[in-house]
Write a protein that binds this ligand. Structure first.
Ligand code: RM4
Ligand code: MN
Ligand code: MN
Length: 395
């Protein structure tokens, strides 16, 4: 048993090391595949997204960066960088990962980097190269690629040729990276109607990243797995092979639902965090924690604050695992004792410790209550509400 002060020190160290990036699109109006549900408080401009992100960071203290989607947030490309700089200064959050957008243009109907037309592939690569330049200009470390490519029917596309095109495109993107930049390759097993997805799993993503060059890594989106998959094992392998670049955290029940982190299966996130904490501090610096959620029913500000707090709670629970003792029990094959130790950490109520940490760091003890008290949501609801009818896209 650890003394109270030893426990507090351990908890504070763990919490000081935990930061998570929030996505601009988490504040915007989103919906289902069939329609969009509008919220009066949703952000529809980049300034509103920065304002919301700044507010979340003020309340939680652990979300200093904002992920952006190039076409949604920087429609003029690199020319928008100046505006972003101003917003960073105004709202106290800086640019996070830059996400290329290869899924909206009509010309990408049959694929982008994997399109059989070399001309279209070239335009997709040009967008990747632009994204790297934008990220460099903004001082963002990570260009984070989600590739929407695939085919709907067997025999209609050459799987092998598309692998080659992809290898080449990612190599060319990699060449453009600055010294402190990285390329993250996200995988996803399916889209509705897909027969094959060009980057369907972590093995494909790891191969492509390794082939692209030393600054490319794999991005694990927790929602992008089949229901029975053991994600922490994938994470352990990626850590072992030094290929883990980061996460898009969210939860899912059936498909890529983008639900609140830990809302369906918090134990899974705990198990992932345990694998990461086993690797120590050095590894942590190389792993980008990001949220990738779409709050189409919950209030967006409330959902984001709730998500960040849940992430901290699960991270802290993972820190409660007595890893030395666990190793000892594992070596002796004391199965029940090992499992009880592991599970016991998960069941520990760490919220009082988290509150202590917030108090010590000058943050509101209960960020959700502080959000409610701040009046911020009421203010943006009345300021933005009038614009509802004008909203047409996810941006
Ligand atoms: C995908 C994936 C990507 C996101 C796109 C729009 O499902 O999770 O990260 O950028 O959606
Ligand atoms: Mn994602
Ligand atoms: Mn997704």
């Amino acid at each position: 048993m650890k003394s109270d002060s030893a426990l507090q020190e351990l908890a504070f160290q763990a919490l000081d090391a935990f930061q998570i990036e929030i996505p601009s699109w988490g504040f915007a109006n989103t919906g289902t595949r069939f329609g969009k549900f509008l919220q009066p408080a949703a952000a529809s401009t980049l300034e509103e997204k920065f304002s919301d992100a700044g507010q979340v960071n003020k309340l939680t203290g652990v979300t200093p960066t904002l992920a952006m989607h190039v076409l949604w947030d920087l429609p003029k490309g690199i020319a928008d960088a100046e505006t972003v700089r101003e917003l960073e200064n105004k709202y106290g959050v800086t640019s996070g990962s830059i996400n290329p957008n290869l899924f909206q243009d009509q010309e990408f109907k049959f694929g982008s980097l994997c399109n059989p037309s070399s001309e279209i592939r070239e335009r997709a690569v040009a967008h990747m190269l632009d994204s790297v330049l934008i990220a460099r200009k903004l001082g963002s470390r990570d260009v984070s690629l989600w590739l929407p490519d695939g085919s709907n029917y067997p025999g209609t596309q050459s799987i092998r040729k598309r692998i080659e095109w992809l290898e080449e495109a990612l190599q060319r993107t990699h060449e453009q990276l600055g010294p402190n930049q990285r390329l993250l390759v996200e995988y996803k097993p399916f889209e509705p109607a897909f027969y094959h997805t060009d980057i369907a799993d972590w093995g494909m993503a790891a191969h492509l990243a390794a082939k692209a060059g030393p600054k490319a890594r794999v991005l694990v989106d927790t929602g992008h797995h089949y229901a029975a998959q053991n994600i922490e094992q994938i994470v352990a392998w990626l850590l072992h092979t030094d290929m883990l670049g980061g996460f898009h955290f969210n939860d899912r029940r059936y498909a890529d639902d983008d639900l609140t982190l830990g809302s369906i299966d918090p134990y899974q996130i705990f198990r992932i965090f345990h694998e990461i904490q086993l690797s120590g501090r050095g590894a942590l610096r190389q792993i980008a924690f990001m949220i990738d959620q779409s709050h189409n029913l919950k209030g967006k500000m409330e959902a984001m604050v709730q998500t960040v707090a849940t992430g901290q709670e699960l991270w802290l629970k993972a820190a409660m695992v007595d890893r030395e003792q666990l190793e000892h029990l594992q070596n002796r094959c004391e199965l029940v004792a090992a499992e009880e130790l592991f599970r016991g950490a998960f069941w520990q109520d760490v919220r009082p410790l988290l509150k202590e940490w917030r108090r010590a760091r000058g943050l509101p003890e209960d960020p959700l209550a502080a959000l409610a008290e701040s009046g911020y949501v009421q203010r943006i609801t009345s300021e933005r509400g009038g614009k509802l009818a004008a909203v047409t896209s996810y941006a």
